[in-house]
Design a protein around this ligand. Structure first.
Ligand code: URA
Ligand code: SF4
Length: 183
């Protein structure tokens, strides 16, 4: 097993895929290592590539508002991404990049031992829940696997593109809060 600091150090210097050549800074997950809840997004964007911290850009503001709407903040949860380095031009991370990076997420999950995993968006849901996961149809539903509740919600950037998704996503967050209270 590795400590958080050891993992962060590996990620910060990781050469395991081609994103290492174009990143400015790798972005290790961040938050409360004792949290029952792990949020998994897709990949760092431009702001995160500059700051080295998940969700510091416009998507982060949406995410913080959603957390706030159920009485939580970043110190209550742990937040990470499927790939830790920014894909050029915000393209989707390629399957081989996800494959190269997934070991870090596995170690983060072992460290945190979450009771609830929330996928933010399609890319995370298809990697973590099921390859054919349909975010539009299935967001906000829960399944139980290996002692963990799994769910997915729209990615904050999808809400920025289509604000009509905000209310549905707030409802999904209320379900997450309810699940937390049953633990
Ligand atoms: N989008 C993501 O999926 N993750 C981040 O950290 C920032 C934007
Ligand atoms: Fe390493 Fe992941 Fe960054 Fe690729 S995306 S270089 S595997 S940390």
């Amino acid at each position: 097993m590795y400590t958080y600091e050891e993992l962060k150090n590996f990620v910060d210097h990781c050469p395991r895929c081609q994103l290492a050549r174009t990143r400015n800074r790798a972005v290790m997950g961040k938050g409360n290592l004792n949290s029952p809840i792990l949020f998994i997004a897709e990949a760092p964007g431009n702001s995160e590539d500059r700051d080295g911290i998940p969700f510091t850009g416009p998507s982060g503001t949406v995410f913080d508002d959603l957390l706030g709407s159920i009485g939580l903040n970043r110190q209550d949860i742990y937040l990470t991404n499927i790939v830790k380095c920014h894909p050029p031009n915000n393209r989707d991370p390629l399957p081989q990049e996800q494959e190269a990076c997934i070991a870090y997420l596995k170690y983060e999950t072992l460290l945190i031992r979450p009771k609830i995993i929330v996928c933010l968006g399609r890319i995370a849901a298809q990697r973590i829940i099921r390859p054919d996961y349909r975010i539009t149809r299935e967001h906000g539903t829960f399944l139980y696997r290996k002692n963990t509740w799994l769910t997915a919600v729209y990615h904050p950037s999808a809400i920025l593109r289509d604000p009509a998704k905000l209310e549905e996503t707030k409802a999904d967050f209320r379900k997450i809060r309810e699940k937390w209270e049953t633990l």
